[in-house]
Ligand binder design. Sequence first.
Ligand SMILES: [Zn+2]
Length: 84
Amino acid sequence: MGINLDEVTSISRDVASQLDQRLKVVSVSTTEGGGDRVEVLVTVAGCHQEPCLHLLNVSRVGTEALEEQIRATLQRSLKAHPVA
Ligand SMILES: [Zn+2]
């Protein structure tokens, strides 16, 4: 079954704050149909691009893999939405 939603939320917040304090985890939810994938919605505080919402669809099979997926995706989000 993997990591529960509370843990995914906690891990997402940790990874986000390590990368950039402006990254804010808005919500974490299961994908339709369940399974081992979850959706993490992130925004960049102070970003002027609207809407500033980054949807991460990640697998919650393992903690390390989850952290890596979130880190890689958020790094792309930060490049796409630089904050001056
Ligand atoms: Zn943005």
